[in-house]
Write a protein that binds this ligand. Sequence first.
Ligand SMILES: Nc1ncnc2c1ncn2[C@@H]1O[C@H](COP(=O)(O)OP(=O)(O)OP(=O)(O)O)[C@@H](O)[C@H]1O
Ligand SMILES: [Mg+2]
Length: 454
Amino acid sequence: MTAGSPNQEQARDAIGILIEVGTALCSTLRLRDLLATMMERARTVLAAEASSVMLIDESGAALRWEVAIGAGAGKLQTLVVPLGSGISGRVAASGKAIRIDDAQGDPRWEGQRYDAESGFTTRSILCVPIVAHGHVIGVVQVLNRRAGPFTDDDQSLLEALAGMGGVAIENARLYENLEQQVQARTADLTQTLAQLRATQAQLVQSEKMAALGDLVAGVAHEINTPLGAVTSNVDLIGRALSKARDAIGDAPELQRAKQMIERSVQLGEVTRDGCQRIATIVRSLRNFARLDEAEHKPADLQEGLESTLTLAAHILKNRVQVVRDYQTLPQVDCHANQLNQVFLNLIVNAAQAIDDQGAIGVRTRHRPGVGVDGKGSENDTVTVEISDTGCGIPPEKLGRIFDPGFTTKGVGVGTGLGLAISYRIVSDHQGRIEVESEPGKGSTFRIILPVKPV
Ligand SMILES: Nc1ncnc2c1ncn2[C@@H]1O[C@H](COP(=O)(O)OP(=O)(O)OP(=O)(O)O)[C@@H](O)[C@H]1O
Ligand SMILES: [Mg+2]
């Protein structure tokens, strides 16, 4: 084996260095790490005291110090050099390297200011452009070669390093750009997913309602006919029994029969009460299934609220105080009867939630230019809030209160249909119903309705 000539040795060294630098540059896609690596390698490879990398900024008119290493380098990081001025500015503008052996005595060097800032004394300089896709994107600069001035070989090596750096920087920028796009896209997708989930929940809810509506309409119809028969039979039997009782008179031998008739009459009354209760439920069911359709007409909601409050007076009695906070509302296109039913359901619930003394707040607001979703819209909306100082709803139950049949009021007290019906009616008006509740403090139900549903 023969040893190579000194030139060959040097070339092999340079290739080794470049391979090593290339590998280091390929090992990261983070721009900042990459620039730091590039600068650090330039300094070590060229045995220089300081090095820096500057990139052309967004304006395209100036270089910005990205990374610098060496005495006082920290002070330089905020500096900006206009293209065409100073050594680095000229290299960037011309795309040609500049090498200076004795800075202090060279008229091309105007870096006294930087030396003063950093406390560094510049002796020799080698500055080469960083090129990517045929354009200068920045410069890499090494200062003060430790052993004598920079050589041609140094320049070739730094140019090769800058060439690799240029490609790596472009890749890193593309990657960062891509990463930003991916992040933006992910944020978009997350939002879309949340919207889809909300829509799905709404769809499931309205599907449930629609399916239940059909079922309920059928059941209500089926119950109504026999119920009519039972009610009128109970009535007839009651009357017949009363007549029989009167006919028996006070005959002592028939006293026992008379007692039985009396008992039957009483039982008949209980039965009649039961029938009435069933009839009320069937009416709710029919309402729920919207069997009594009427057309949409402009209506005064405040009037509706007032007549509903009058209707509900017997349950409010003296125990619940009503606090009104009305704003003048435009007429709202609606099924007034249905909305009144919603108000009644909410007011009755509020009254039932108040154990002893308490208050119910009724608040109306006009929201010009605000849509049902709370965003800007051509269509105005109105809100009606019914709040109470009652028992409140525990968070685990809050998600179920609109489910048909959900009640906490015990058998014979609640049917659990009030809110399900209200939800259905408000949805049919293209509105929304919201609830806020704090156990022990009270609840607020808010109905948001478009003034003119489309
Ligand atoms: N204002 C309120 N304060 C506390 N809990 C409430 C209130 N409104 C509704 N709830 C809860 O939601 C449940 C469902 O209400 P919903 O009106 O649908 O049925 P209900 O009142 O139980 O029976 P129904 O209205 O059919 O007579 C209630 O049982 C109650 O637990
Ligand atoms: Mg109710």
